[in-house]
Each structure stands twice: as C-alpha cells, then as structure tokens.
Design a protein around this ligand. Structure first.
Ligand SMILES: Cc1ncc(COP(=O)(O)O)c(C=O)c1O
Length: 506
C-alpha cells in the first residue's frame, strides 16, 4: 500500500475531497466521470451544503494537475537539493527557522513550490498530504477561497499604512467575542512577540520579576524563554542558547509539566516574587502532551492565591482545539492569552490580550512600552478575519475533531497490528505519535522516545507522499479540509513505513 492511493484518488475526485463538496455534488460528478464517489465520513459538515465553498471552480487549474508524479518510493528531490545548496551560501543552515532543516530526522529540507487544500507540492513536483499546515496556521488548508479572496480584496487598498485601519478593530472584536477571557487585545507580528510582550506586561502589572514556565513548552525565542526550552532546541540538543545572559534566565523557572508537587514547591519558595505562569495549555512543542485537570486547577489556584498572572500561550491551541481555544475546552479563564498562527490566515501575526484592567497598562494608555511598524497589518488582518469568520460557524472545528480522532484511532490500530510500541496523543487538530511504550505526560518522558525509529518512519512517510513534521518533538496539524481519503492514505503510509523501519511483517 502506498501513496498511490493519493494519486488514484486525486485523478478521480480530488476536487470534491479538497473542497469538502457536499455528497450530492460529489456523487453527481462521479456519475458524470464514471468514477466511484469518494468515501466520506458520515455526519461531517463536509456533507452539508453550507460548507460548500465553490472550491472546485476556484481550483480548477490546480485540480487538473497530477497529484503524484510517479512511483512513490523513488521521489526525485534534485531541485530541492540544488536550492538547498544555494540557500546554504547566504542563509544560515539554508533555512529561516531551524526545524525546517529536517536535521532532527537526518534529512534535508524539501523546498515547497505551492500548496492547495491538504496538499503541498515541492519544487520537483512531488505531492504530499500536508500535516505541518504552516505549523498550525492553515486550519482550513491551503488556498482557502475565502482567505485568498480576502487578501486579494485587501491588497487593492495597499499593503501597510502605519496608521489604524478598520480590519484591526474587527479583528479585536472577533477575538474578544470568541475568547471571552480576552476583553482587550493588542496585535503584534509573531507568537514570539506576543509571549514576550505578555510577560513584560505581567511583570509590570504585578511589579514582580519571576516567570514560571514548563520544560518542553516553547513560547518563542525571546531571551527569558530560552531555558530548557522544547521544540527546535530540544531537537537540536541545546539546553539553552548562547547569547542569553544568565541574568535574564535567572528570572525564569522551568518546571516539569503536569507536576503539581514541583509547582507547589516553587510557589512555596518564591510565590511573592512570581509575576506569572506561562504555559502551553496543551503542549505542542515537545510533541502533544495533555495537561491533567489537577495541573490546570493548581496553576489557576496558585496564581489566584499569590497574585501571579496565569498566561495561556494559545499560539498553537487557539481556535484549534476548540473555537474558544484550550481555555474553552478545559473551562479555565487565564488572565492573559497569547495568539498567533490561525489569526493571520498564513500571514505573519501574533496577538496578546486579557482582562481590561491588565491590558490598560500598555502604551499609550499605560506605561508598558510595546510597539510595531507592521502590527495590525491590513493584509494579515484580512486573511485572519476570513479564517476566523469561517471558523465561527463551529463546523470546521467539528470536522477537524472528527478527522483527528479518526487519524488517532487508525494510528493506534497500526501500532497494535504491527506490535510496535507507540503512543498516539491527540486533541482536536493536533496529534503526535511517540515511539515508546510509556504514556507521555511530560518532556522527560518525551525525550525517552525512540527518535531513531521516528526518523526512519519520517523518511518512509515522505517517500509515500506524507509530509509529517520533521521532528519527534512537534505536533502534526491536520486541517479541516483533510478528509477520510487523506486519512486512509496516511494510515496506509504509516503502516508501510513502520513495517519497513522495524523490518517487521504484520
Ligand atoms: C506555543 C507557541 N508559542 C509561541 C510560538 C512562537 O510563535 P512564532 O513562531 O510565530 O514566533 C510558537 C511557535 O511555534 C508556539 O508554538
């Protein structure tokens, strides 16, 4: 079984699958072309008219392209290799963000030429089912017609003003509506900026310095966070980055995730100096790790008791694990929340927000300085608004949850069938496969996984047309446009890749 599934499917019904067209149209088209209608999960919003996005019409050129070039096991990457060699001359490591180097899996970067729905095409015209989704930004898949239209409309009016615009107001209103703990919000340009600014605000508001974070959580690359950080740093085996003065990191405590005793101890010792806890309410940057209820409640309680602020970093989880983010899913109201990714629809963006009495400390209303030439950029606002407005119906999130569950269940079954110990951890829209026989509840346990096996499986997946995140310590991001056909192809590719990697026969 190979990604030929994708090739066959794409020739026959990729338009329907990509566009989540309704069942009726799909069947009609299938009858016309004499092909079988695509298999589709029952009860998904994709089967309803109101999901319809005229995707086929908008994508008729790209949908006619072949999905896979040839036999999957010998993909040609010569153009990617040539570009990588050129890139290394003038870009450090040939990439503009470390994880893209694919070093963690012993590979080289694949240069992407275009993307469409749940698919990405590389420079050598290989096609992949994409599970990176621009690290979570593309919740509706690539080139969603509404997002493209919004950008096209906005660009007619210019690309940046350095003065306020209507879209910023609408974005702020929508965020506050979807995430009720946020009464005021400030737009920035990245998740890093959002977290850095939220921490500055928390320190100013509480007049304290210490920040508590958790091992394996990543909050961007601002100096105070580069203490035993997860994600790219963990992958590259760097405990903390040179260039960060010890005086800065001395103000940051990094504790084990899900460890209530460690948390209580830290607050017992330093409670009156702690400005804030910043936490990924579901970890994505050590692979997916789910918080225990006790851990969430303890953070909330300790913050309340000591006057520290609780900052949820929802850069990944926001509008994904639920429409109102992880805070809606777990019923916790943080004091401040950081956003990114989805709210920019694939354009550079970030935001932080929270209670009015805290947010009012930001300049020009208050003394806490924070600014940005491109903050609230009209194109980013337009793309993000289009994406959020489409999410608002609740249906894409519902679809995403169903698809993620199917993928998770299928992967668990693959592990059982092949008798390969693996843990599948997922929440709606985020999923990790850890090669270990132990439940992964913190970063230390994640670090004990078989990364060598992960690397082999990753290469197997690439050969079979599956673009999985190139690190054991990253979450995979299905989109709401992924359908059962993509999931089926992915499961088949996982089975073949694991089998190949462990040399096992089912
Ligand atoms: C939870 C979390 N916070 C912050 C960031 C930093 O965001 P950015 O890469 O936009 O600076 C990331 C990036 O992946 C993230 O996952």
């Amino acid at each position: 079984m190979s990604a030929n599934v994708v090739a066959d499917k794409s020739k026959e019904d990729a338009g329907d699958e990509l566009g989540q067209e309704n069942m009726k149209d799909s069947a009609k088209d299938a009858a016309k072309s004499g092909t079988k209608a695509a298999e589709r999960p029952e009860g998904l919003p994709g089967n309803k008219d109101d999901w319809k996005e005229n995707f086929k019409e908008d994508h008729k050129d790209s949908l006619n392209k072949p999905r896979l070039t040839e036999e999957v096991v010998h993909l040609d990457h010569s153009k990617s290799t040539a570009l990588f060699n050129r890139a290394k001359e003038h870009i450090p490591g040939g990439v503009n963000s470390p994880v893209r180097s694919c070093k963690a899996v012993g590979g080289e970067p694949i240069f992407i030429a275009s993307a469409d729905g749940p698919y990405m095409y590389d420079e050598d015209k290989n096609v992949y089912i994409d599970y990176v989704g621009s690290w979570g930004a593309m919740i509706l898949g690539h080139k969603h017609p509404r997002v493209l239209q919004a950008i096209e409309d906005a660009v007619q009016h210019g690309t940046s003003y350095g003065a306020p615009c209507r879209a910023e107001v609408e974005m702020a209103e929508l965020i506050c509506q979807l995430v009720p703990s946020v009464e005021m919000v400030r737009m920035v340009n990245s998740g890093t900026e959002a977290c850095m600014s939220a921490v500055r605000l928390a320190r100013a508001f509480t007049k304290r310095n210490i920040i508590v974070k958790f091992d394996g959580c990543y909050h961007g690359h601002a100096d105070s966070f580069l203490v035993k950080a997860g994600s790219g740093l963990a992958t590259l085996g760097i405990a903390s980055s040179p260039g960060v003065p010890e005086e800065f990191t001395a103000q940051t405590m990094s504790l084990p995730y899900n460890n209530v005793d460690a948390l209580r101890e830290a607050f017992a010792k330093k409670g009156d100096q702690i400005a804030a806890i910043i936490v990924e309410p579901v970890v994505g940057n050590a692979g997916v790790i789910i918080p225990s209820e006790e851990f969430l409640k303890s953070m909330q309680g300790l913050c309340k008791d000591t006057g520290a602020l609780l900052i949820f970093d929802e850069v990944m989880t926001g509008f994904r694990v639920a429409l109102g983010g992880a805070q809606e899913k777990f019923g916790i109201k943080p004091d401040l929340t950081c956003f990114g990714k989805i709210i920019g629809g694939g354009l550079p963006v970030g935001a932080y927000g929270g209670r009015k009495e805290i947010m009012e400390h930001i300049a020009p209303l208050g003394p806490v300085y924070q600014a940005g030439t491109l903050s609230g950029n009209p194109l980013a606002m337009a793309a993000g608004l289009a994406q959020l407005r489409f999410l608002k119906s609740g249906k894409p999130n519902q679809q995403l949850a169903t698809i993620t569950e199917e993928l998770a269940a299928g992967l668990k079954a693959v592990g059982e069938k092949l008798k390969v110990p693996l843990q599948v951890v997922s929440v709606p829209g985020m999923l990790s496969v850890f090669f270990t026989d132990k439940e992964v509840t913190d970063f230390d346990l994640a670090l004990k996984c078989n990364t060598e096996l992960f690397g082999k499986v990753w290469h197997g997946l690439i050969k079979r047309g599956i673009y999985w995140p190139p690190s054991q310590y990253e979450a995979a991001f299905p989109s709401a446009i992924h359908s059962r056909a993509e999931i089926k192809a992915t499961l088949a590719a996982f089975e073949a890749s694991i089998e190949e990697a462990v040399g096992a026969k089912a």
